[in-house]
Design a protein around this ligand. Structure first.
Ligand SMILES: NC(=O)c1ccc[n+]([C@@H]2O[C@H](COP(=O)([O-])OP(=O)(O)OC[C@H]3O[C@@H](n4cnc5c(N)ncnc54)[C@H](OP(=O)(O)O)[C@@H]3O)[C@@H](O)[C@H]2O)c1
Length: 330
């Protein structure tokens, strides 16, 4: 093990679109763990949209970028963990992370027969997010129509497949022809529209969702949300998972069509997956079974090297990722 490591620091709070000047890639000594700490060698790191929100407030300039990751314990003073254990938790965009007193680490079960990086996506936070949005909040009935935005992405790709398994008709939106093909041909959605290419979003929704929309799994906000509100069926449900179209905005974009919520008696529910982590233990084996039986398919978009994290992150926010973007740490 080398004495130094590559780390990605957060160095400048962005205003508007984040760019590479918000990050610094540095070589620094690998920190010494304290007597009760755990030293983790990071294997896979997650590239998530929510980090943009943390850069607006929670992250301190000069600190390493904190992100979810999967790693291997290399030294431990904590009785729960020993060298060689595979773990996941909040690590950092770096090669080694010291976890104080081992807090917030969870085991990775390598015997499940799926890649260990899946703990960052389909068997982790994005997978549970899709499950909660569909089964706890959206609750589609057989034959209903579920519309999913960012359908080629980490959360959306699972949400649509879960909706189909529940007997609903799943329709997605995505930002390129290649993504649209992936959503229909690989993920098995019933239809998908390219929101960037459609001349009229209301007309595209009428074409792809002729019976209206009963559940809208909301990932993006903006003009698509406004068009969907006009096409919702009475008593429809909108689990609001994310609003990525506004994450780099300098002003609140607002929402037109709010009156549809009253007129159609819609239920709009914002949710955070961190309120649902108690479901994790019971949910994960069920999702693993759906994966290993082939009823859910999943795509990862793997980049190599922690130093690539800023470009991977900025590109993902701009739409160049397919499925879940993760970094394999060199
Ligand atoms: N509530 C929670 O607890 C929770 C948990 C996890 C994730 N989320 C949210 O869920 C959403 C999806 O997250 P994810 O991890 O699955 O990311 P993702 O969908 O894999 O990646 C982000 C995608 O967003 C799309 N996008 C970017 N700008 C857009 C715009 N202006 N309009 C429409 N689409 C745009 C891009 O795809 P296109 O090419 O299709 O544009 C991009 O590939 C995000 O909003 C995220 O913040 C919420």
């Amino acid at each position: 093990m080398s004495d130094t490591q590559t780390r990605v620091l957060f160095v400048k709070r962005p205003v508007g679109w984040v760019d590479e000047t918000s990050f610094a890639v540095v070589r620094e000594p690998v920190p010494e763990p304290g007597p009760a700490d755990v030293l983790v060698r990071n294997l896979y790191l997650s590239v998530d949209p929510y980090l943009r929100g943390r850069m607006a407030g929670a992250f301190r300039e000069g600190d390493v970028m904190v992100a979810r990751g999967v790693g291997e314990v290399v030294a431990s003073g904590h009785e729960r963990w020993k060298p060689g254990d595979l773990v996941w938790g909040f690590l950092g965009w770096e090669q080694y992370t010291v976890i104080r007193r081992g807090e917030g680490l969870y085991p990775v079960d390598a015997s499940l027969g799926v890649p260990i990086s899946y703990y960052l996506d389909v068997l982790g936070m994005p997978g549970l997010t899709a499950w909660v949005g569909v089964h706890v909040l959206g609750r589609p009935e057989p034959g209903e129509t579920v519309f999913v935005s960012s359908a080629a992405g980490a959360v959306g790709s699972i949400a649509g497949q879960l909706a189909r398994l529940a007997g609903a008709r799943a329709v997605g939106s995505a930002g390129s022809e290649a993504k649209v093909r992936h959503v229909v041909d690989v993920l098995g959605f019933d239809d998908c529209l390219d929101y960037k290419a459609e001349p009229s979003l209301p007309a595209a929704l009428r074409r792809t969702c002729p019976a209206g929309i009963d559940v809208y799994f909301e990932n993006v906000g903006g003009p698509l949300l406004e068009a969907v509100l006009g096409h919702m069926n009475p008593l429809g449900r909108l689990p609001v998972c994310g609003l990525i179209s506004g994450y780099n905005a300098t002003e609140d974009p607002g929402v037109k069509g709010f009156a549809h919520i009253l007129g159609k008696r819609l239920t709009v529910t914002g949710f955070s997956i961190y309120d649902h982590m108690w479901r994790f233990e019971a949910w994960q084996p069920r999702m693993a079974e759906l994966l290993t039986s082939g009823r859910i398919v999943y795509h990862e978009d793997v980049w190599e090297g922690v130093e690539q994290a800023p470009a991977a992150f900025i590109g993902m926010l701009r739409g160049d990722s397919l499925g879940k973007r993760v970094l394999r740490v060199g």
